[in-house]
Design a protein around this ligand. Structure first.
Ligand code: NI
Length: 185
């Protein structure tokens, strides 16, 4: 089932999501819904709070843009190691049409449970996958990429998002940019 993606600012995007107690059928359905929602929105990553579910669940698929990758679903992910620094031009499905440079760790290692509830580790992820892992785990703590920007830039983007939400509320078809270079996460 495809869900509506919350657009920032929204109080639900600012809350810390709760750990998943058990990977059961409801969690697997959530994962499947999140993949479906992410693909329809042409994103490469989505965190559960973006569809209003405050659980520590995220999905990522960088495979169209990064060789050798496949779709991943992570439950209760934790970044256990990181190194290096890289600046990446990031977008977000909850901040449509916007992209800004954000400084992130270059390489990260993440531990989590997979869709079957098995413990997994993604060791030394780099490139877009490393960015997506950091961007999506940020979402689970109520942090968006705009929170990494200057207050001035954030306010400018917030005004545009409020206008966009008003247009959607009025039933106007919002203008959407063609898919560009920047990944929506
Ligand atoms: Ni995002």
């Amino acid at each position: 089932m495809v869900h509506d993606i919350l657009i920032w600012p929204d109080p639900r995007l600012k809350e810390a999501a709760k750990p998943v107690a058990a990977v059961d059928a409801a969690v697997r359905k959530l994962v499947d819904d999140m993949f479906e929602t992410m693909y329809v929105a042409e994103g490469v990553g989505l965190a559960a709070p973006q569809i209003g579910v405050l659980s520590r669940v995220l999905v990522i698929d960088t495979s169209p843009r990064q060789e050798g990758q496949k779709p991943i679903a992570l439950i209760n992910p934790v970044i256990v190691a990181s190194r290096g620094k890289v600046t990446w031009n990031e977008g977000c499905l909850s901040v449509p049409g916007e992209a800004e440079d954000v400084e992130r760790a270059e390489v990260v290692t993440v531990r989590a449970l997979d869709r079957d509830g098995h413990a997994i580790e993604i060791a030394d992820a780099s490139g877009l996958l490393a960015i997506a892992l950091q961007h999506e785990t940020d979402h689970l703590d109520g942090t968006l990429f705009v929170d990494h920007l200057s207050a001035l830039k954030r306010e400018v983007i917030k005004r545009r998002m409020k206008r966009l939400k008003a247009e959607i509320a009025e039933g106007k078809q919002p203008h959407r940019d063609e898919e560009g270079e920047r990944p929506a996460l």
